[in-house]
Design a protein around this ligand. Structure first.
Ligand SMILES: [Zn+2]
Length: 312
């Protein structure tokens, strides 16, 4: 039903155009129609609206996790993960994760949610700077960065290859427990030193930009893992960070152990609770690791859930 929205709007518009005999360029009736009418944009960017806010998904890269029982479905019987993947029409040898930070314009502020993996060894990534340029945004224009958690596929883009701040004018918002965890991690001294003057911590679940961005406490994956609720008028979008990683396995089997979760039992109960909340409230969701652009809804299916992507 979500998929039908854009074509239905487009055909209504085309019908109106035909009936009125209008022969010029298509009027910009709605943003959704504009997207449908010009699908040939850069493949690494996807523009959409959150109420009155302009948003754009920015592809950074990909992660491939071997389906060897060590990452997803840890401890499950042989073939259980493969059966789910096959039923979804996916290859069964590898679990594919996309990486797409989210950019939102709110008045004069330019908000960036996570920063991609840069040259992390476990990813094929680092396209964020190019994607951002294609979207017409310069790094110096970013005013606020919201970090979901300290893993490298979310913080990798904070610094340039030379170790300078990649977004020199941006405040870096990170939850207080996650910042403490980042400072304790080995090997992060250069990152911590570089970003410390820009970091503003918040308590889990805090309001960060009133009326625009609230943090959502989703601890478990990491000690201070945070999702973000982005609002404009009556519309909102939930940026879910790594509550769920894979659009089939994580959504359909939230209790299965994922190697990436630092506190697996806490992450599993958070995952089920958040999926339930998303489905019951029909939340519009932005999933940083789902197939690009990662925009859609979660619906209930029996005792479990399924992902319903949104887009043309
Ligand atoms: Zn991640």
């Amino acid at each position: 039903m979500v998929r039908l929205h854009v074509p239905a709007a487009l055909s209504a518009l085309l019908l109106g155009v035909m009936l009125s005999g209008y022969a010029g360029p298509l009027p910009a009736a709605t943003h959704a129609v504009q997207q449908a009418a010009s699908p040939a944009g850069h493949p690494d960017i996807f523009r959409f609206k959150i109420g009155k806010l302009d948003a754009v998904a920015l592809k950074d890269g990909d992660i491939d996790a071997a389906n060897d029982g060590k990452t997803f479905g840890v401890g499950q019987p042989n073939g259980a993960v493969s059966a789910l993947l096959a039923a979804a029409g996916q290859p069964t040898d590898v679990l594919h994760l996309s990486i797409q930070p989210l950019l939102v314009r709110s008045g004069k502020r330019v908000l960036l949610f996570d920063t991609g993996a840069a040259d992390a060894s476990f990813a094929r990534a680092g396209r964020l700077p190019v994607s951002m340029r294609e979207a017409g945004v310069a790094p110096a224009q970013v005013t606020d960065i919201f970090i979901s958690h300290r893993h490298q596929d979310h913080t990798g883009g904070l610094l340039t290859r030379g170790g300078a701040l990649a977004f020199p004018n941006a405040v870096i918002h990170i939850s207080a427990p996650e910042w403490e965890a980042l400072k304790k991690d080995g090997g992060n001294a250069a990152l911590v030193a570089a970003i410390t003057p820009k970091v503003e911590t918040f308590e889990p679940g805090a309001t960060i930009l009133p009326g625009v961005v609230n943090a959502v406490d989703v601890r478990g994956h990491t000690p201070g893992h945070s999702a973000y609720e982005i609002t404009s008028g009556n519309e909102r979008l939930l940026y879910i960070g790594d509550v769920v990683h894979h659009y089939v396995v994580s959504v359909q089997r939230p209790e299965w152990t994922v190697e990436y979760d630092e506190d697996a039992p806490a992450a599993q109960s958070t995952r089920r609770a958040e999926l339930k909340r998303m489905a019951e409230n029909n939340e519009r969701v932005y999933a940083v690791h789902f197939p690009f652009p990662g925009l859609g809804h979660v619906t209930k299916q029996g005792d479990s859930f399924v992902w319903v992507p949104e887009g043309p």
